[in-house]
Unconditional design. Structure first.
Length: 283
């Protein structure tokens, strides 16, 4: 599932391609992804609107538009779910089987494609309004972070997935950050000391920024039916061969820890896979 870095890279990719473009036609092929917006309202509001910007909030995309009938700014919320893709393609190309929403921009179509339809493209932005602070928010100090953790007895790995705690942290980067901070994913959130909480917040910021930097510099294939397992998007044909994701524990069960050589372990927490080193991340 795409997490904050993947969504940030996608926002940076789409922003210059969409800004200034006018939506000429709206085609809804899967009404489920619009919920709770109706297809009729969706088409009526967006037809003729012009893209004026694109921001990321947590794992959400916030498309900014201007309506032709008023000066009010419209916000369209996008979420990739587990398998969603958003990209531009020539209008002359056949639409993919799982295209859920197609916005015609003239010579190009903006396509939201999703094989499982767990994502969203809707005028309801309430989900983004419920999110906690961004990882790099100045207001999110180590002290405040620890205070938030103190309210929960859940394992810290599980608590990190709570989007009201900190926006955008998902399963992959929670495992990676805990490993870098040397904190066991089993440790209760309210048992983290001030020093440990500070290390964890720094590790979250570090691993997220590295992933964004990698994804922003490597040529990626945003439109695509297949991937090669790199990042979330497939690697473009002209991408350098030496590029690899810098994941140190995630999906590496049985492989040696890069620090101590012990085998990386996997366990299930809250129905999600957690990867860790039992030697470097003692409870």
């Amino acid at each position: 599932m795409p997490e904050l870095p993947e969504v940030e890279v996608l926002a940076r990719h789409l922003r210059p391609l969409l800004t200034g473009k006018t939506i000429r036609e709206v085609t809804v092929r899967r009404a489920k992804v619009l919920h709770p917006t109706s297809p009729g309202k969706f088409a009526k509001v967006l037809r003729g609107a012009k893209f004026s910007g694109l921001q990321r909030r947590g794992k959400y995309l916030l498309f900014e538009l201007r309506s032709p009938s008023s000066r009010e700014k419209l916000l369209l919320l996008g979420h990739l779910g587990m398998t969603g893709r958003m990209y531009l393609a020539p209008k002359t190309e056949p639409l993919p089987k799982h295209a859920a929403v197609v916005l015609n921009l003239g010579a190009k179509d903006f396509i939201y494609e999703d094989t499982r339809y767990f994502g969203r493209l809707t005028l309801d932005i309430s989900a983004a309004e419920k999110l906690g602070p961004e990882p790099w928010a100045e207001s999110l100090t180590p002290e405040l972070f620890q205070q938030k953790l103190k309210t929960s007895r859940q394992p810290v790995k599980v608590k990190l997935l709570d989007q009201a705690l900190i926006a955008g942290v998902g399963n992959i980067y929670a495992s990676e950050a805990l490993y870098r901070a040397g904190i066991s994913p089993r440790r209760a959130a309210n048992k983290l000391t001030a020093i440990a909480a500070g290390k964890l917040l720094a590790a979250i910021r570090e691993v997220m920024q590295e992933a964004i930097d990698c994804g922003s510099t490597i040529p990626l294939n945003f439109a695509p039916r297949k991937t090669d397992g790199l990042f979330y998007f497939g690697r473009a044909a002209n991408a350098p061969d030496y590029y690899e994701e810098r994941l140190q524990v995630y999906d590496r069960a049985g492989k040696p820890c890069g620090v101590c050589g012990s085998p990386i372990k996997r366990m299930v927490q809250a129905a999600r896979s957690t990867f860790y080193c039992s030697h470097c991340q003692k409870v």
